[in-house]
Every structure is written in C-alpha cells, then in structure tokens.
Design a protein around this ligand. Structure first.
Ligand code: TYC
Length: 120
C-alpha cells in the first residue's frame, strides 16, 4: 500500500515585512486612494443697492458669525467687491448659496453669492 506523502499547503511568498509602530506586521503598504472631499468657499459679491445692515444679518444668520465678524466681512465685500463668508463641503456650500439668494429675493435685494471650489 502506497503511503501518502504529507500534505503541504502552498505558501504565497511573503513580501518583506515592516513592523508598524503598534507591532502590527505590514505585508504591503498601499498609497492612500481616497482623497478628502474638495471644499468650497461661499463668496458674497458687492452691489450698490443691498443695505449693509441686511448683509450683516445674512452673514450672521447663515454663516454663524457674530456681529463684529459679520460687519468686518460685509465691509471687506463693500470695499473689495467680494469676500469669503465660509468654507464647506460642496453640498453645504450650495445650500448656503440658496439660503442667501432666497432671503435676498424675498427682501427684494439684488445680493449675489457663489460657491467656488478651493484647492487644499
Ligand atoms: N455696497 C452696499 C451698499 O453700499 C453694501 C453691500 C455690502 C452690498 C456687501 C452687498 O455683499 C454686499 N449699500
């Protein structure tokens, strides 16, 4: 009767291993594939008709700024033509733009704002 030779389990060649800081054996390190989501800034634009007080209220209400910060942002927009009110994910930034445009339309003001992707 033929004797069975001992079964051997085929082994994958083990790549040179690294030991992580917590003692884990790292067989293969992959470069990270998932990038953090692109952020978007909500930029408000100057115009000649929207009252300064209205802009300050909008910045406080939709961008969670205190009175002093909102006033500084409004004045920057008034002087430079545009200013960043906040930085958010794409969806949240789009929602903020809609909220501002909606409030401006309802109040009869031509206030404009846009969302812009930023590199980070
Ligand atoms: N320029 C406007 C005025 O003099 C004020 C203003 C500020 C309007 C900021 C829009 O985004 C704006 N009444």
């Amino acid at each position: 009767m033929a004797t069975k030779s001992p079964t051997t389990i085929p082994q994958r060649p083990i790549k040179p291993a690294e030991i992580d800081s917590d003692g884990t054996v790292v067989l293969e390190r992959r470069t990270q594939k998932t990038k953090p989501p692109k952020m978007h800034q909500v930029v408000m634009l100057n115009d000649d008709y929207t009252p300064m007080e209205f802009v300050v209220i909008v910045i406080q209400e939709f961008f969670s700024k205190d009175l002093e910060t909102a006033t500084q942002i409004m004045l920057k927009i008034h002087l430079d033509g545009r200013g960043v009110c906040g930085v958010y994910s794409k969806d949240v930034a789009a929602t903020k733009v809609n909220q501002v445009l909606d409030a401006a339309n309802k109040a009869g003001h031509p206030l404009q704002c846009v969302s812009e992707p930023i590199d980070s």
